[in-house]
Ligand binder design. Structure first.
Ligand code: FE2
Length: 297
């Protein structure tokens, strides 16, 4: 039987709120498989040749080093900012110090590929209206105990820009998300009033870091009040679909539990994805787009 996409009711809820929770999308077995795969990746990566890249969500911080900018077709490890002392020493075991793993798990790791590039996700994409859905990046977000960093309010299409904007996040909870461990919060409906007014680009198109540039003639959306954010109940195995214009954030993880999640992003391949974007896949010898098509699943 052909995989089903969203029901009419789910589609209406997604279009209204800009996000949609699909509980039990991953079976307990698949949640365990992805959790265990994450644990295995964290255990096996080598510190010896790691540049100790720290991933920062602060706009002015230097996130654009070469390790980050060349990670689109690799599995790489980005540290929590608070994982280091002021003198640069690692304060936690490496397994508890990584903020996220990215950005080609959907291509290079069989466990994550299986839950990304499949008939169900193609059907979901098509039911939302995507003609040529492409998966362009994937990450495990670890949100480590006690140091898992706060992610300020943002819109994903700022970071994964197409013209017109088309990014959608598929976000799978691998552990229960609570107020204590930094669950996601959303401003329902903000995708309808908050345009994409800036985008993250490579500076000079080379390896010298990233910057935000304004989108011509698009007004900056207002900053939502804290009370406009809602925190839906999100148990392990839940898939959350997140519209690329939707304002969302998460607080620091103050608890003693992690908050692992797996996420990948999809764009409409028929829209313009240009060379200014920070995320670029090196061309194949055949040329053409190297993003992974959901149509081939
Ligand atoms: Fe996000």
């Amino acid at each position: 039987m052909a995989a089903q996409g969203l029901t009419q009711e789910q589609l209406e809820a997604f279009n209204c709120d800009g996000f949609l929770l699909l509980p039990k999308e991953l079976s307990p077995e698949r949640v365990s498989a992805l959790y265990n795969e994450t644990a295995s990746l964290l255990k096996s990566f080598a510190l010896s040749d790691h540049p100790l890249t720290r991933f920062s969500t602060e706009e002015r911080a230097h996130v654009g080093d070469e390790y980050f900018l060349t990670s689109s077709d690799k599995i790489r490890y980005f540290f929590e900012q608070e994982a280091f002392s002021e003198s640069g020493e690692l304060l936690k075991p490496k397994e508890q110090a990584i903020n996220k793993i990215g950005h080609a798990l959907h291509e290079l790791n069989d466990e994550f590929k299986r839950d990304s590039i499949n008939d169900r996700n193609r059907a979901i994409a098509q039911s939302i209206g995507y003609k040529n859905p492409l998966v362009l990046q994937s990450m495990v977000i670890c949100k480590q105990p006690e140091i898992g960093g706060k992610v300020p309010g943002h819109q994903d299409s700022v970071f994964l820009y197409t013209d017109p904007p088309s990014a959608i996040g598929f976000w799978y909870a691998l552990e229960d998300c609570t107020a204590e461990n930094g669950a996601l919060t959303f401003v329902p409906g903000s995708h309808k009033w908050a345009p994409i007014a800036k985008r993250m680009v490579r500076v000079d198109g080379n390896k010298q870091g990233t910057a935000f540039i304004p989108i011509k003639d698009v007004p900056t959306p207002r900053e939502p009040l804290d009370e406009e954010y809602v925190m839906p109940i999100c148990a392990a195995g839940t898939l959350v679909l997140i519209h690329g214009n939707l304002l969302h954030k998460s607080e620091k993880n103050f608890s003693t539990k992690s908050r692992y999640a797996y996420t990948f992003h999809m764009i409409e391949g028929d829209y313009k994805y240009d060379a200014l974007n920070w995320l670029q896949i090196p061309p194949t010898t055949e040329g053409g787009s190297n993003f992974t098509s959901l149509l081939t699943s």
